[in-house]
Structures are given as structure tokens and as C-alpha cells.
Ligand binder design. Structure first.
Ligand code: C2E
Ligand code: CA
Ligand code: CA
Length: 398
């Protein structure tokens, strides 16, 4: 898009600074520049009818009455389709948290221009607006919601299967395993991701059936990979809510053995949740599973209920660092500290470290430097059907 067609809104309480930014934008070719002296006026302007088509809002953070944070919140909640440039001298940790917040509110953040504001930086932000990968995605597709009955019906009909996402040894780049992730191959709606059915099943205390489908199919898939000459492990997610039944460990072991697989090739990824009421019996089940040879992974390490306390009470063999820390950690000082010390802690506890959500080469390189054991993420591959997983193993073995 040409700068000439852009409509910009400058939100800044300091008259002099606001005038400076307006002047710079005009000199960059933006004809339609609007101004607001505080967040409230900016919102009024954005919400006036007919709605003005503002493309980019350039927004100071520290303003009297309604500050930039509150403005971002209102913009997110009001679903204003406007891209935002932050004009501020925030330190990098604070900035990272503002970025996360904007993302959480569904705001498209183009970047930050530090004060004093430079023309070149401003120009870069306008260019960023036109880049397709940051371009507004348009209205999100309506999410179809299912009832627990519909989901369980799909489970009975055999419509669920695991997709496999490879885990690589960071040192050798060899495939050492795969995480099995549930997918619903819906006859009408296509491939459906877990967020549309797992939370519902967990809430209804109806996860067991799907868990067993996943265990059996993942074990079969792993058996198949072994038969083709790839001795990898398979990781299966286990909701802790369902771990209270005392026969469960035996049933899990039997399901895996019946698929022709030794439990030592299976890693169970465990996330604790608020819904877990019977801690003692869940711990008993996990101890028994470990005794039967299963690997145990502390999933989403560092978030929610995946805490240090878990490390002390469960016999984990693997620590899986949550993707919210791994994504773009290489050039974020505080994330780097968190990932580095998690890897270090895993080493001292003599368990494997796994980084999930590795999306960039820079993050991969940083993991190599830190001596992380295993990595998983879109940089390597997205979750895929078993047949593709076989091809992936074949390709990476040569
Ligand atoms: P999770 O266990 O944290 O699994 C990792 C999720 O991150 C997967 O999403 C995976 O596709 C995604 N992912 C992997 N690499 C990347 C990356 O580089 N970037 C990004 N942005 N995402 C990445 P998915 O398949 O949608 O699964 C979501 C969650 O659903 C899983 O999170 C897990 O908690 C749950 N889940 C999936 N299958 C099962 C299951 O069979 N049983 C249970 N209890 N939970 C499951
Ligand atoms: Ca997992
Ligand atoms: Ca995770």
C-alpha cells in the first residue's frame, strides 16, 4: 500500500511531540493524518459513525486519564480493525509484556518507535503495515462448537486419530520421538483441533475414551515406525483429571502392550489442572505407570499448575518447557534466562529437557548453545498423519 492511501491517527498528550509525529508522517507522504490528545478522544474518534477507516494508530503509552494500555484494551475489546504503533521509550521487558497483552486482545501491533522519534523508524513501521505476514487476517472463521454428546459420538465412530509431531535430538538432528496430538477428522467439518473438544471432555469428566483411543493408536503408530526401522518414542498427553481410578495404570499398560509396544517407548505428558481434586490417587497412578516403564513428562513446564512442586512429587523423566517461553526466546533477555535455567535444572535433575514451539532458526541455534536435549516445533515440522511421519523419518535418516 502506498503511504498516500493510509489514514493515520496520532495519540499523544504532549502537543509538541504530537506535532512532530504528524509532521514526519506528512513528510513520508501520508496525506490523511488525524490527532487525539488522549486515549478517550482517540476512542471517540475511532467509534464515531460513520466509522472513519483509520489504518494505523500511533499511540503514546504514558498519558493522563486513559493511558496507552487502557486504550489498547478498549481497542481490543471493541474489535477495532486498526494496526498499532507504540510511541514510547519502554524497557524491553515491559515492552515484551505490552506485546503479549496486545496479542491477547487481538490487536495487530506493528512495532515500537522509541522516543525521540526518528523518521527512518517511522518509515519502517509504515512499510511493516504492508507486509503480508503481519497483514490483518480479516474476520476469524466462526468456530463451530460441539456438544459432549457429538464429540463422544465421533469417538465411537472412530473419527479421532493422532497426528504426529516429530521431536529432534538437538545435537544430532535425528528424530528421537513424536508427540501424538488428537485430531477429529469430522465427516462434514474437516480436521478439528483439540481446543474444540478436549476442554469440553475434561469439564464433563469424559476424557477416558478419547485417551484410550489416542494411547492405542499412538502405540500402533509407534510400533509401525519401529517395524520400518525407526526406533523412536511416542508421547501421549494425559489429563490428570482422569487419573484417579486405581485400575487405570494397568489398563494403560495393557492397551500399549496389546498394540505390540513396550511401555518404555511411550512418554506420558502430564499437566496438572485446577480440576484435579484427588492428588494422592493421581500420584499413585503416575508412580505405577513409571514402575511399568513409561516415561513421564511434565508438560507446559512453567505455566499454570506445572510448577516446581510437581518436580518434587512426581518421578519425571522429562521436562517440557512451555512454548510461551520458547517462542522467540533467543532475542528476549528474560525469556532467555527462563529457558536457560529450565534446561540447566533438567540437567541437574538428570531428566531430559524438551523445548516445544521452536519456530525460528535463531531459537534452534540458541537451544544448541544451551545444550537442550530435544526440540519440537513448526521449524522442524507441524503435526502430521502417520504416513507422512514415516516419510519424515525416512527423509531425516538419509
Ligand atoms: P500441548 O500438549 O502443549 O501440545 C503442543 C501444541 O502446540 C499442539 O497444538 C501443537 O500443534 C502446537 N505446536 C507445536 N509446535 C508449535 C510451534 O512451533 N508453534 C505453535 N504456535 N504451535 C506449535 P494442538 O495439536 O492444537 O494441541 C493443543 C493442546 O491440546 C495440546 O497442547 C494438549 O494440551 C491438548 N491435547 C492434544 N491432544 C491431546 C490428547 O490426546 N489428550 C489430551 N489430554 N490433551 C491433548
Ligand atoms: Ca503435550
Ligand atoms: Ca504446551
Amino acid at each position: 500500500m502506498n503511504a498516500i492511501d493510509l489514514v493515520c491517527l496520532v495519540i499523544e498528550d504532549d502537543d509538541f511531540q504530537r506535532a512532530t509525529v504528524v509532521r514526519m508522517l506528512r513528510s513520508l507522504g501520508v496525506v490523511d493524518v488525524r490527532e487525539a490528545a488522549d486515549g478517550k478522544k482517540a476512542l471517540d474518534l475511532l467509534r464515531a459513525t460513520p466509522r472513519p477507516a483509520v489504518d494505523i494508530a500511533l499511540c503514546d503509552m504514558d498519558m493522563p486519564e486513559m493511558d496507552g494500555l487502557e486504550l489498547l484494551r478498549h481497542m481490543g475489546q471493541g474489535k477495532e480493525v486498526v494496526s498499532v504503533v507504540i510511541l514510547s521509550a519502554l524497557d524491553s521487558a515491559l515492552l515484551a509484556s505490552v506485546k503479549k497483552m496486545s496479542l491477547a486482545y487481538g490487536i495487530r501491533l506493528l512495532g515500537v518507535v522509541e522516543k525521540p522519534i526518528g523518521r527512518a523508524r517511522l518509515e519502517a513501521m509504515l512499510a511493516q503495515y504492508a507486509r503480508p505476514e503481519t497483514a490483518a487476517r480479516g474476520p476469524r472463521p466462526a468456530v463451530r462448537t460441539f456438544t459432549v454428546e457429538e464429540i463422544l459420538h465421533g469417538v465411537h465412530e472412530g473419527q479421532f486419530e493422532p497426528f504426529f509431531q516429530p521431536k529432534l535430538d538437538v545435537k544430532t538432528k535425528r528424530v528421537v520421538g513424536a508427540e501424538a496430538l488428537a485430531r477429529w477428522l469430522h465427516p462434514e467439518h474437516g480436521i478439528i483441533a483439540p481446543y474444540a473438544f478436549i476442554p469440553l471432555l475434561e469439564k464433563a469428566d469424559a476424557m477416558d475414551e478419547l485417551t484410550f483411543v489416542m494411547l492405542k493408536e499412538a502405540a500402533k503408530g509407534c510400533r509401525c515406525l519401529h517395524d520400518k526401522g525407526y526406533p523412536v518414542s511416542v508421547s501421549v498427553n494425559l489429563s490428570l483429571t482422569s487419573l484417579t481410578d486405581s485400575g487405570l495404570a494397568q489398563r494403560i499398560t495393557t492397551a500399549v502392550r496389546d498394540a505390540g509396544l513396550d511401555p518404555r517407548h511411550v512418554i506420558l505428558e502430564v499437566t496438572e489442572s485446577a480440576a484435579m481434586t484427588d492428588v494422592a490417587s493421581a500420584l499413585e497412578t503416575l508412580a505405577r505407570l513409571r514402575m511399568h516403564g513409561f516415561g513421564l513428562s511434565i508438560d507446559d513446564y512453567g505455566t499454570g499448575y506445572a510448577s516446581l512442586q510437581q518436580l518434587t512429587r512426581i518421578a519425571f523423566t522429562e521436562l517440557k518447557i512451555d512454548q510461551s517461553f520458547v517462542k522467540e526466546f533467543a532475542d528476549n533477555p528474560s525469556l532467555h534466562v527462563i529457558v536457560a535455567s529450565s534446561i540447566e535444572m533438567a540437567r541437574k535433575l538428570k531428566v531430559k529437557s524438551v523445548a516445544e514451539g521452536v519456530e525460528t532458526q535463531a531459537d534452534w541455534d540458541a537451544l544448541v548453545g544451551l545444550g537442550c536435549d530435544t526440540a519440537q516445533g513448526y521449524l522442524i515440522a507441524k503435526p502430521m498423519k502417520l504416513a507422512s511421519m514415516v516419510d519424515f523419518c525416512a527423509a531425516s535418516a538419509t
